[in-house]
Ligand binder design. Structure first.
Ligand SMILES: Nc1ncnc2c1ncn2[C@@H]1O[C@H](COP(=O)(O)OP(=O)(O)OP(=O)(O)O)[C@@H](O)[C@H]1O
Ligand SMILES: [Mg+2]
Length: 376
């Protein structure tokens, strides 16, 4: 049975806003995406009112989930500073500043109704896999690294935070939807011994594209916290590409123990990698190191190696910046084909050279997290 927008609106008309009006009359709803039993929308409120609305968000979600035929509902509360709204209260430190000075980029939904940086119970270390540029192999590396860490005997989760274009469903071949616990947390999908969650399990790829700006953070926060992760040593987060506001917000709001930057050897990508480093530095997240992906070309037939991009740039850059260099992954058809087939190379060729490389990277990452993991 398919659920219509009309049904969703009807359910929402029974939920009250903090001012007592019907939610549907409050002028805060985004467009409602309802397809195939999956419902997605956001409630956009002023940053100052975010707290009062969290309860309404929960009620709205419950109301939508109660509609017959709804299999999943994800409702994001976005707290945007609306044009013309009251300025934020003056800082207690009281330094005198001209009103026009220091216009910071839109503050991330400080906004976000969840307390920033709160640890995720049961999860010892959340680490981000990021890149300044898209298409450098972040998702491929995130998944294979997660598997490498698994091979070291750790309990590992993978969260796909790329809500613009989730690729974890394709990389893992997972197409089923997460079930809910009794207290309505999503149960991550278990595959290859990993606990995996992606927004792509909840929406069609096209639907995910409607998420923009502050909606991203809200959805990601929910994915992190409304998921029954259980006990994990490491949760690997596959970040959306780039170092824009959305990524910065994410880095600020997710309790990251470290970040890994993926770069290709080309110069341009390295400039982007530097941006990635700068971003994490800004939010005081330690960079665990740089991985050079598509580092050299390895002929699938004869195994000959050619450094088509003048490889080694990332290693030098890492040395220059005083950041650990975690390893080089060759450009190899097996890595791409296994990714496309939903059987990552560490799983499909566990004794092959690529799996060994990802495990070696995993070891370096584990060693850096050792204190955190052991303490858990
Ligand atoms: N080492 C590699 N050898 C061969 N192909 C690779 C390698 N790493 C990644 N690829 C391929 O490159 C493409 C992009 O990889 P991937 O999706 O992991 O990148 P991404 O950085 O996550 O991209 P996006 O920015 O879109 O999220 C995929 O087709 C993937 O299979
Ligand atoms: Mg990706």
């Amino acid at each position: 049975m398919s659920v219509t927008q009309q049904q969703v609106l009807e359910a929402l008309s029974k939920v009250r806003s903090p001012r007592g009006t019907a939610l549907t009359e409050a002028g805060v709803l985004s467009e409602i995406a309802a397809s195939d039993g999956k419902v997605f929308f956001s409630i956009n409120v002023d940053a100052h009112e975010a707290r009062a609305w969290e309860d309404v968000r929960a009620q709205a979600e419950a109301a939508v989930r109660a509609i017959p035929g709804v299999t999943s509902a994800m409702i994001a509360l976005t707290a945007e500073r609306k044009p013309g709204s009251a300025p934020p209260p003056p800082r207690p430190s009281g330094g005198v500043k001209p009103a026009s000075a220091h216009r910071h980029p839109p503050q991330p939904p400080g906004g976000s109704p969840m307390s920033r940086q709160a640890e995720i119970p049961g999860v010892a270390a959340v680490i981000a896999v990021a890149s300044g540029k898209g298409g450098v192999g972040k998702s491929t590396t995130a998944l294979n690294l997660a598997l490498g860490l698994r091979d070291l005997g750790l309990k590992v989760g993978l969260m796909d935070a790329d809500i613009y274009g989730p690729s974890v469903p394709r990389l893992t071949g997972i197409h089923n939807k997460p079930e809910l616990t009794e207290d309505r947390k999503m149960i991550p999908i278990e595959r290859f011994g990993l606990s995996i969650m992606s927004i792509g399990f909840l929406v069609e790829e096209d639907t995910a594209m409607i998420w923009r700006g502050p909606m991203v953070m809200s959805a990601i926060t929910q994915m992190l916290r409304d998921v029954a992760w259980g006990t994990l040593d490491v949760l690997v987060v596959d970040m959306p590409p780039g170092t824009g506001d959305a990524q910065l917000t994410l880095a600020q709001n997710v309790p990251l123990k470290g970040a890994i930057i993926i770069s290709t050897p080309q110069d341009l990508s390295l400039i982007d990698a530097r941006r990635g480093l700068a971003m994490f530095k800004k939010v005081n997240v330690p960079v665990l190191g740089i991985v050079e992906n598509m580092s050299y070309f390895q002929c699938p037939h004869c195994g000959t190696r050619s450094d088509i991009f003048g490889h080694g740039g990332a290693r030098h850059e890492a040395e220059r910046l005083g950041v650990p260099f975690l390893g080089e992954v060759p450009l190899h058809i097996a890595i791409r084909e296994t990714s496309d087939a939903g059987t990552p190379v560490v799983v499909s060729e566990p004794d092959g050279p690529h799996a060994a490389i990802y495990r070696a990277i995993g070891e370096k990452v584990r060693d850096q997290l050792a204190g955190v993991i052991a303490a858990a």
